[in-house]
Each structure stands twice: as structure tokens, then as C-alpha cells.
Design a protein around this ligand. Structure first.
Ligand SMILES: [Zn+2]
Length: 164
């Protein structure tokens, strides 16, 4: 067992233990599976990042409130979600981490938008009758390029170990 992972292993055991009363769907809904991955990353970065070091204490406290997700008040749940999101935010803003298929979703959408606008626009300028066809072609081309590019970026992030 690697020494630096001791903390995250303990926390992740605690998460499972405290989530005992939760339904499986709630486990996903409150992103506890993601919290487990976040914990591992924060453990790794905490040797060089003060903020992550601080977040460790935060997470220790948060994990003790997991039972509130099953029978606490709505504000308890909101509070949990807010904290859970703030860890992800720190990891993505300061350490460049992304969630699975982040770039694929982003560039597919962007590709469709740009493709439709450019090819649709050019077709319209050439002849307004071509606009509809141009939009269709633009959609297909943008979708294809966006997907290829997004997948490539996701893959690169994954190789760097920066995908959750
Ligand atoms: Zn950090």
C-alpha cells in the first residue's frame, strides 16, 4: 500500500460506511462515486497544494454528514452538494482536471454551432435557396469534426491522469 494514499483510502471506506443507508441511486445522485475519485486526487495534490491540504479537513467533516442525505433537511442536502461541487471546482480550476467526456460534449456542441452558422451562412449568401441544405451539411460536418477533436482532447487528458 502506497503511503500517500492512506488518507484517501480511509476516507473512501468511511464514505461507503456512512452511505450505508442510502439507496444506490442516491449514491450516484449525490455524486459520492465522484467524491471518492476527488478524494484520491486531493490526497495526491495535497503534498504540493495548500488549498488541497485544507480541503482534506473539509472532506473529513463532510463525510460525517453523509447520513443527512437520507434523512436530513433540504438545506443539509444543499450544503452537501455545494461542498462537493466546490472540491471539483478547485481541482478543475487549479489542477486542470476534467470530468469524463468533458471535451467531447463541449466540442460536439461547439462544432454543430459553428458548422451550422458558417456553412449555413455561406450557402445563404450564395443563394438563399441553399440555406436549408447548407445548415444540414454544416450540422453534419460540425458534429463530426467536433467529436473527433473532443475525443482527442479527452484522450490526452486521460493520459495525463487528469480525468475523473
Ligand atoms: Zn489544490
Amino acid at each position: 500500500m502506497e503511503k500517500r494514499n492512506v488518507w484517501s483510502r480511509q476516507i473512501n471506506e468511511k464514505i461507503k460506511e456512512n452511505a450505508d443507508q442510502l439507496y444506490r441511486t442516491d449514491y450516484k445522485f449525490y455524486k459520492l462515486d465522484r467524491l471518492e475519485k476527488i478524494t484520491v486526487k486531493i490526497d495526491e495534490f495535497s503534498s504540493t497544494c495548500e488549498e488541497c491540504q485544507k480541503l482534506k479537513t473539509d472532506i473529513e467533516t463532510l463525510v460525517e454528514t453523509i447520513h443527512l442525505l437520507a434523512n436530513g433537511s433540504p438545506s443539509d442536502r444543499n450544503n452537501f452538494e455545494k461542498n462537493n461541487e466546490s472540491y471539483m471546482k478547485h481541482l478543475s480550476e487549479n489542477h486542470g482536471l476534467v470530468q469524463e467526456t468533458y471535451y467531447l460534449s463541449k466540442y460536439t456542441l461547439l462544432g454543430i454551432l459553428v458548422g451550422t452558422l458558417i456553412i449555413g451562412g455561406i450557402s445563404y449568401i450564395i443563394n438563399p435557396l441553399y440555406a436549408k441544405l447548407g445548415i444540414l451539411i454544416g450540422f453534419a460536418v460540425g458534429l463530426t469534426i467536433g467529436r473527433i477533436y473532443g475525443k482527442k482532447l479527452d484522450k490526452a487528458k486521460k493520459l495525463e491522469g487528469l480525468v475523473l
